[in-house]
Design a protein around this ligand. Structure first.
Ligand code: HEC
Ligand code: HEC
Ligand code: HEC
Ligand code: HEC
Ligand code: HEC
Ligand code: HEC
Length: 441
């Protein structure tokens, strides 16, 4: 009798241990989920917040701008393919000039309009796509968005994303970077409560079951159960009581949970190895590898601007106007152009807004090869992110890499100064490549 009850207590303690393990497992999972959720929330907050006092127009304008104009224009004064559009309303002639231009710039140029021809010539006579399908309201939305985005409020947003809360927008309604993460916390707390309830119910069930089963399995363990359900019960409880099996299961649980958590924590915002399927089966291996088309032919911004830019469909048409027209993949380019919408390439590399990276600085001034950062692109059938794009990655290279000072008079004085102080070659770190403000606004 005594032995039996001791046995039962002993077994119960095992049960509680098991429940404890389940609880721990849940907590770990939850911590993991929270990390991921925070990541998502941070991602959400990093996107420019809804502008102050803006109606639906600005929001819609932003979408239209991103989908139709962003590959050639920045909302700042920086030139991409076309001029930066900051202050465009003040710069362009009044009336409906802007509407006419955006709907069909070539017609306006052909009509002999003075400003239109001036802009056209000033930008190397590059043809801007026409947008006959945009309504006047659409265009007003786009212009309102450009107006909003060009104002310093946006820079305040970026600063806001960096130090989460203290972002005071100019228009009164500050960006809501705190909002989403608070919501997530709430949802997570609710989830935790539900999970604990489930755990409690499980505990009760397990206790009741074990009470019902224990006399059979402990006392007359050798007794042959007569009914199927009894046999099942004994079988189950035997399996359940097998210490080796049980510890294996528990350890497996723990290991998986730990691995998930660690991966989650390290993987925040890192997209190394990310290689999404693109809407058109475009291959760098074929174009840049086999046909040796220069990277700069398509990524026109890399030498002269911040962004390398993704080519617009009309660059593809320079060749595919005649090459392989019948291919279904090439037909997708035609459809996009006919429907006057851009090809929706999926972005592979993406730094958070709080970090500033400039292609021209690295490719043109620094003479760093594309492949140093992007890997052997000319061998990629599908584009893949090869570098982690973390702060450590940037800093590490700045510590290691010598500045390309050859034929660059700008650096002559710096080099002379540096020689006086040190025998080491001039590294990027020596010219300010480790200063926070160089990479963070
Ligand atoms: C394929 C690249 C491309 C796309 C896409 C594009 N533009 Fe342009 N845009 C240009 C170029 C290049 C110029 C300079 C004029 C020229 O060469 O025709 C220009 C000029 C302009 C100008 C006049 C700038 C000035 O300084 O006066 C405005 C306004 C403009 N674009 C608005 C838009 C809007 C709005 C969209 C999206 C609906 C858009 N563009 C899409 C290439 C583009
Ligand atoms: C014929 C045009 C063309 C040429 C030449 C070309 N690319 Fe691309 N590149 C594209 C297109 C289109 C995309 C978007 C689709 C994709 O990601 O595969 C792209 C995407 C990329 C991306 C990823 C962009 C992102 O979303 O983050 C990188 C990096 C890149 N190219 C680098 C290079 C390098 C380096 C070379 C030269 C070795 C090169 N490209 C040559 C057209 C080209
Ligand atoms: C400088 C010329 C050139 C440019 C620019 C160019 N391509 Fe190509 N592309 C080719 C050649 C050459 C082939 C191989 C055709 C063949 O296999 O006969 C090809 C093949 C392709 C194929 C494979 C078609 C098939 O069915 O085999 C796709 C898809 C493609 N290109 C997409 C694009 C896209 C998208 C762009 C614009 C970002 C682009 N190309 C720009 C020259 C070019
Ligand atoms: C020093 C490292 C480095 C070098 C060199 C470099 N890139 Fe990039 N590239 C990046 C980073 C970082 C991003 C992500 C930028 C972002 O999200 O703002 C990027 C993004 C891109 C993109 C996506 C569109 C964009 O501009 O954000 C393309 C396309 C691209 N690079 C092409 C090239 C080409 C072509 C070359 C060579 C001419 C090149 N890159 C050289 C680091 C580099
Ligand atoms: C492969 C090496 C390499 C990597 C990776 C790299 N850089 Fe650089 N970076 C350079 C070189 C070389 C220069 C010097 C260019 C020059 O001569 O002005 C430079 C210069 C800079 C500068 C200007 C510094 C100054 O004081 O003028 C900034 C800002 C910068 N890098 C940001 C970044 C960021 C952000 C990243 C990561 C996303 C990054 N870099 C990754 C090599 C690299
Ligand atoms: C060479 C460029 C560079 C320099 C210099 C630099 N950073 Fe960064 N930093 C980055 C990049 C790129 C990221 C984004 C990394 C990512 O997404 O994983 C970043 C991210 C961050 C973050 C956000 C981390 C997170 O969890 O996303 C903080 C905070 C930060 N940096 C602080 C600093 C401080 C403080 C300094 C000066 C001591 C500094 N950085 C110097 C490039 C730089």
């Amino acid at each position: 009798m005594l032995i039996r009850s001791i046995n039962r207590v002993y077994k119960m303690s095992h049960l509680y241990k098991l429940c404890g393990t389940i609880a721990l497992f849940l907590m770990l999972l939850l911590a993991n989920a929270q990390v991921k959720a925070q990541d998502a929330a941070a991602g959400g907050a990093a996107a420019p917040a809804a502008p102050a006092g803006g109606g639906g127009d600005v929001e819609k304008g932003k979408t239209l701008f991103t989908n139709n104009c962003a590959q050639c224009h920045a909302v700042t004064s920086e030139k991409v393919v076309g001029p930066g559009l900051k202050g465009i309303k003040e710069r362009a002639p009044g009336g409906d000039w802007l509407h006419k231009w955006i709907k069909n710039s070539s017609a306006l140029i052909a009509s002999g309009d003075q400003y239109a021809n001036q802009v056209f010539n000033a930008n190397g006579k590059v043809q801007m796509s026409s947008f006959p399908s945009l309504s006047d309201a659409d265009i007003d939305g786009i212009l309102a968005y450009i107006d909003q985005a060009g104002k310093p409020a946006v820079t305040a947003d970026v600063a806001g994303a960096a130090d989460t809360k203290n972002a005071g927008g100019t228009g009164g309604s500050g960006p809501t970077s705190g909002g989403p993460s608070e919501l997530f916390t709430l949802v997570l707390v609710a989830l935790l409560v539900v999970m604990l309830l489930v755990l409690g119910v499980l505990l009760v069930i397990v206790t009741i079951l074990s009470k019902a089963v224990s006399p059979v399995s402990i006392g007359e363990g050798t007794q042959i159960p007569s009914t199927f359900s009894q046999r099942l019960k004994t079988g189950l409880s035997n399996t359940f009581n097998n210490p080796t099996l049980r510890s294996i299961v528990i350890w497996l649980f723990l290991l998986v949970a730990a691995k998930e958590t660690i991966d989650g924590a390290y993987g925040i915002g890192i997209q190394q190895g990310y290689a999404p399927k693109q809407p058109i089966a475009y291959s760098h291996k074929l174009h840049a590898g086999q046909y040796k088309i220069d990277c700069n032919y398509c990524h026109t911004g890399a030498q002269k601007g911040k962004s390398a830019t993704i080519p617009a469909a009309n660059i593809c048409m320079n060749c595919h106007g005649v090459i392989k027209k019948e291919s279904p993949e090439i037909q997708k380019i035609y459809t996009a152009i006919e429907e006057n919408r851009p090809i929706e390439w999926i972005r592979v590399h993406n730094l958070p807004d709080l970090a500033y990276f400039n292609h021209a600085q690295h490719v043109n001034v620094g003479n760093v090869a594309c492949q140093t950062c992007h890997g052997e692109v000319e061998k990629m059938e599908v584009m893949e992110a090869r570098s982690s794009l973390t702060m450590g990655w940037c800093i590490d290279c700045h510590r290691r890499t010598e500045v390309n000072t050859k034929d660059n008079a700008y650096y002559d004085k710096l080099v002379a100064l540096h020689r006086k102080e040190s025998k080491e070659p001039l590294k990027v770190a020596n010219i300010g490549g480790l200063e926070c403000s160089k990479c963070h606004y």
